[in-house]
Design a protein around this ligand. Sequence first.
Ligand code: BG6
Length: 483
Amino acid sequence: MVSRVIPVDVFDLVIFGGTGDLARRKILPGLYRRFLSGQMTSDSRIIGAARGELTDADFRKMVSDSIDEFVPKGRRDPAIIEAFLSRLHYVAIDAKGEGGWDNLKSLMRPNVVRAFYFSVAPSLFGDIAARLNTHGVADAQSRIVVEKPFGRDLASARALNAILAEQFAESQIYRIDHYLGKETVQNLMAVRFANILFEPLWKSEYIDHVQITVAETVSVEGRGAYYDKSGAMRDMVQNHMMQLLCLIAMEPPYHFDPDAVRDEKLKVIRALDPVRSEDIVRGQYLAGGGQGGYVAHSENVTSKTESYIALKVNVSNWRWKGTPFYLRTGKRLRARTSEIAITFKEPPHSIFDDAEGWRENVLVIRLQPDEGMNLMVMIKEPGPGGMRLMQVPLDMSFAEALGDEAEDIPDAYERLIMDVIRGNQTLFMRGDEVEAAWAWTDPIINAWEAKGDKPQGYDPGTSGPEDALMLMHRDARRWREIR
Ligand code: BG6
């Protein structure tokens, strides 16, 4: 199989916060990989913009170190790295003042795509957006890219949307949710809408329940100050997990077109029922495995912030009435694994006596690691001895299916940045979608804040708090194992 790399138009990409962590770890190494693949052509340029007084040479050295650190050795070609570095520039900029903006303007070329990546704290979005216009750095076709957290509740998200809308049209604003850039997440849409097989069964009549798991082994050490004000609900559920839920639950859009897709996702968010407090389990990891617990990492001994959350969510519409979605995510769990598991109902009547061997069909979409799909089906247990049933996976691992090319699959950030340059907003959140997600999230968080709800402790290396098991058991269901 030969993958096609279609070069994108020539661009000038300015990264505000160009020396920050995200830029060093993800954005710049990702752009190098796109350069290596030929998708970013050699007449495009990347301009780092940050407060520090760096020269172009300093910035290039920093990026060269990032490539060494974050790009696997086999992908590091000295000549190509050299050519890539020559496409980089740096401008010292004062986001809240006027310094540096005219320099930036003088670097902008006419007739190339201009994109501005705001890899900075949201408190700077307004200042930067306004100065891009007052200094004539942006043009009418420019795109701006903003990162999460996009607000911490509905009011702050609305305020951010309003600030951006003063300067840019919605069609110019790209709100990143990096989960939408993951290969398998997009595959979810391909599987649903490019096959006849699944869609007829894709409803509560045939689907018993859906489980979405994003389990992580990492702690919050080093980012406790941010995380403690956020927690798993704001950090993962309001955005990444909500997006996954939307892609599973949405109606077929009339076309794979940005607004058609986002209209359908928005309808799902609006159809979510409020979540009852008995359908939520919050957890906080304890010390263990030679490491401190959450309160040590967050440096807040009285913290009531959750590092784990499990919840049962109902989508109240014709398609999903009666099929719950169980969501869970947490830090310091047994394994790093993200998956969506769609469990089908029992056949209406069994002609076999082997009730014991029988299991439900489950479609598992693995987001990471080892991206792929797995359909659990029933077959006859091989050999003599009558008709006994067993469950086997129809397994598709992308790494195996794609061979060497799997290494060329762009990571989420790379893909999303290329979409910005192409002007394709399908995989970006629209302002109304983000607001609707907060409108659903706010009452949940407000309720536990009002009653001072304390998360349940859980041991690191487990699958989370005990009570989360009950969330499923009481519905006569089980979580899939985290491994
Ligand atoms: C980020 C969260 O958005 O996503 C982190 O802020 C989380 O807390 C991360 O660890 C998970 O992303 P991924 O791609 O590693 O699953």
